[in-house]
Design a binder for this molecule. Structure first.
Ligand code: SF4
Ligand code: SF4
Length: 717
């Protein structure tokens, strides 16, 4: 699995495109504020649990729901078709259009029609399709593809839209947004009236009544589905739900997640063609709305995806786009860098079925695995988990790249890793600056862009720690250091031991510990990850302790959640589960042991501390509050979490695999750190420390970055 040169260029161009960067920043800011407001006083967790349950039930029952939908829709006069792909869908539409002598087709926004290239296919049949959603119309006029599920022209600034409209109308156009909207309205009005066929998608299809549900804000979907005499809707099978109540549950989260609204301006329920019985109670179709409604269900890989236990949950997606809006990578490169059609992490997964695994090879490595998407998804779709499965599939099919194979050799055996670290320690003085950061090394110029990275430590943690605790205490705790703490930041490990010991624990350091395997797993190398999981499980199960603590949330997630899966079905499975129960991250354990907050000395220096939440701590472990409480108890609070509290761009090996995107995410993080006016950034992850400290040092900032344990070390009486 390796990214092509052309895709690297696409990403680089996106990062250097000032219009795109402006558009992304403007949109991200306004969406985040709207979502925050609309989620207040709304039980999002309960609502999304309900939606998830509905989608699980309905996706596992798609065939039966389709039959019921067809039955009901045909009872009310709709015609229901089934097609396997875009070619068949276009053929049916072309036939309907030809038979009715249709010339002009108007269309409302639908990602499914983008997926199957419907406009291009219909144009090959000689039909003129006019997009009527403003964003879709903008990109149609510009000859581009959508860059977002719900905001297709999100990559364009108002200035670019004005320029485009000016070119189309031949008149000067101001970049005043209401003015631009007015021009679009004038351009499209007549099309609605003259159109012979209206094409739409559907957000939901209700089986019990054969009803289509369409949500929109502009009103164009209503005009498209009511003014022309024929309405043709294209629907994916995954849009089927059983009842009106199911649909209502989805509607409650859809607009909130998509645009930060409680509901969109229009929600249309369409059950068959327009009708009347006003004259002599005689049913007549086609009054003010269409006489004919055709509903085309498109497979295009959906049935196969539903049968795939690892990727089925991609069909639970309701295409709200929340995961794109808050994805740090999407907010750096925009939607077109996901060259496979659908955008973002979820787009990569969907495209692997709609277009084939080979179509997503380039985009698989764009995901940093931060988990933000899963935490905001109204259907709780675990995108990073599916990305991992896809990486494993590609690696299994093609083998690992040379650089990944080298990485694997390095981490697979503890002795090799330690020898390499010692070798680096010996030779690094020739490139180290006085502040112990690496000097300019041409082959690492990409990696070092925008930050200064440290060399390895003069003495590793494993060389400093005795293997047994020198005092008896309760509870007994084993420290899992992780590679960065061991080789680069041993002071973090020492601080953890210091704090926990002062809180009464007996801390041991099992000397045989190796890498947790995260770099291998996140690169798709399941075999190496499994081998390392087995090594760690064996080492720590021999240590008979109450807790296994780590100061790295990514390691904690590996030990706690990934090891049981990696070792399922092996003879170590039971031990992995036993270890998982004991794993706890530093802040949670320290906060739990600190029953009496007065044990913690309060700082009197008046430092203000801003907290950066590491992604795995925030989205998987859910232990950020423990860190904030500890910092608060130490009298160091004052700023709280850094807003926006997003990824720093380190993400394990991501900073090495995607240095340019990582640097762009870091830029935003440093901006928000500086805006917070904090003296100190606290965080609980050595990787985040490396990234944020590196960014601040490169900018000559006086803001310092510490692990929470370092702030507390020596402060507990
Ligand atoms: S994966 Fe979730 S957040 Fe992303 S578009 Fe689908 S439903 Fe929305
Ligand atoms: S895990 Fe993070 S980087 Fe990957 S798709 Fe989700 S939000 Fe984006």
């Amino acid at each position: 699995m390796s990214e092509s040169k052309s895709h690297r260029k696409l990403v680089r161009d996106a990062l250097l495109n000032p219009n795109l960067q402006t558009a992304l920043r403007r949109s991200a800011r306004s969406y985040a504020a709207a979502r925050r407001d609309v989620m207040q006083d709304f039980d999002f967790e309960a609502a999304r649990a309900q939606v998830r349950a509905i989608k699980e039930r309905c996706v596992s029952n798609m065939r039966a729901l389709f039959e019921r939908f067809k039955d009901e829709a045909e009872k009310v006069g709709a015609v229901v078709h089934e097609v396997k792909d875009g070619a068949e869908a276009a053929e049916i539409i072309a036939r309907i259009a030809r038979e009715r002598g249709a010339k002009l087709l108007v269309k409302s926004k639908s990602m499914l029609t983008e997926e199957i290239d419907l406009n291009q296919r219909l144009s090959a049949y000689g039909f003129n399709v006019i997009e009527t959603d403003l964003g879709e119309r903008i990109i149609q006029l510009a000859g581009e593809k959508p860059s977002h599920f719900t905001m297709p022209a999100m990559h364009k600034t108002r200035e670019q839209v004005a320029e485009l409209f000016s070119r189309i109308t031949g008149e000067p156009v101001s970049s005043d947004i209401p003015e631009l909207v007015k021009i679009a309205r004038q351009m499209l009005r007549q099309c609605f009236v003259e159109a012979d066929i209206g094409l739409s998608g559907a957000n939901i299809a209700i089986a019990e009544s054969g009803t289509l549900v369409l949500v929109s804000n502009e009103g164009n979907a209503r005009l498209v589905t009511t003014l022309p005499p024929v309405h043709i809707a294209l629907v994916g099978y995954e849009k089927l739900v059983e009842t009106l109540e199911d649909a209502t549950s989805i509607l409650k989260v859809l607009a909130r997640s998509a645009t930060g609204q409680k509901q969109t301006a229009y929600v249309s329920f369409i059950t068959g063609p327009s009708r009347t019985t006003d004259i002599e109670k005689t049913l007549t179709l086609g009054v003010h709305g269409p006489t004919e409604v055709h509903i085309i269900f498109v497979d295009n890989g959906r049935m196969a995806m539903a049968a795939d236990p690892e990727l089925r949950q991609a069909l639970y997606c309701i295409k709200c786009g929340a995961c794109l809006n808050l994805c740090p990578v999407y907010n750096s490169v925009g939607g077109h860098a996901f060259s496979s059609g659908y955008m973002g992490g979820i787009g990569t997964v969907l495209s692997s079925y709609h277009g084939g695994l080979e179509t997503v090879e380039d985009t698989l490595d764009l995901c940093s695995g931060c988990g933000t998407c899963t935490s905001v998804c109204p259907s709780r779709v675990d995108i990073p988990e599916m990305i991992l499965h896809l990486r494993q599939r590609i690696t299994a099919r093609q083998g690992a790249t040379v650089s990944r194979r080298l990485g694997t050799i390095l981490i697979k055996h503890r002795s090799v890793l330690q020898s390499t670290a010692k070798l680096v320690r010996t030779v690094q003085p020739i490139v180290l600056r006085q502040d112990r950061t690496l000097g300019d090394i041409p082959i690492f110029s990409g990696l070092l862009a925008g930050k200064r990275l440290p060399g390895v430590a003069e003495k590793f943690l494993c060389e400093m720690m005795p293997s047994t605790s020198n005092h008896s205490g309760n509870p007994r705790v084993a420290l899992f250091a992780g590679c960065l703490t061991n080789f680069v930041y041993p002071e973090i490990g020492l601080a953890i031991v210091d704090v926990l010991t002062r809180l009464g624990a007996a801390v041991i350091y099992p000397k045989q510990q190796s890498c947790c395997g995260a770099p291998a797993l996140y690169s798709g190398d399941f075999t190496t990850a499994q081998k390392l999981a087995a090594d760690v499980v064996e080492t720590f199960n021999n240590s008979s302790v109450d807790y296994v603590v780590t100061g790295c949330p990514s390691c904690a997630v590996m030990l706690k959640y990934r090891f049981p899966n990696l070792l399922r079905g092996t003879h170590k499975s039971e031990y992995a589960t036993a270890l998982s129960r004991k794993v706890v991250d530093f802040s949670q354990l320290a906060a739990t042991l600190l029953a009496d907050p007065s044990k913690l000395s309060r700082f009197s220096t008046g430092y203000s501390v801003a907290y950066h939440s590491p992604c795995h701590q925030k989205h998987t472990l859910n232990t950020v509050q423990f860190s904030l409480d500890l910092i608060d108890a130490a009298g160091l609070a004052g700023v709280g979490a850094i807003e926006p509290d997003e990824c720093c761009g380190f993400a394990g090996t991501y900073a090495f695999k995607q240095p340019a995107i990582s640097a762009s995410i870091l830029d935003r993080k440093i901006e928000s750190v500086l805006a917070s006016k904090a003296d100190i950034v606290a965080t609980d992850c050595p990787g985040c420390i490396m990234q944020i400290r590196g960014g601040l040092v490169a900018r000559d900032s006086s803001v310092r970055v510490f692990h929470t344990a370092q702030l507390l070390a020596g402060q507990i009486e």
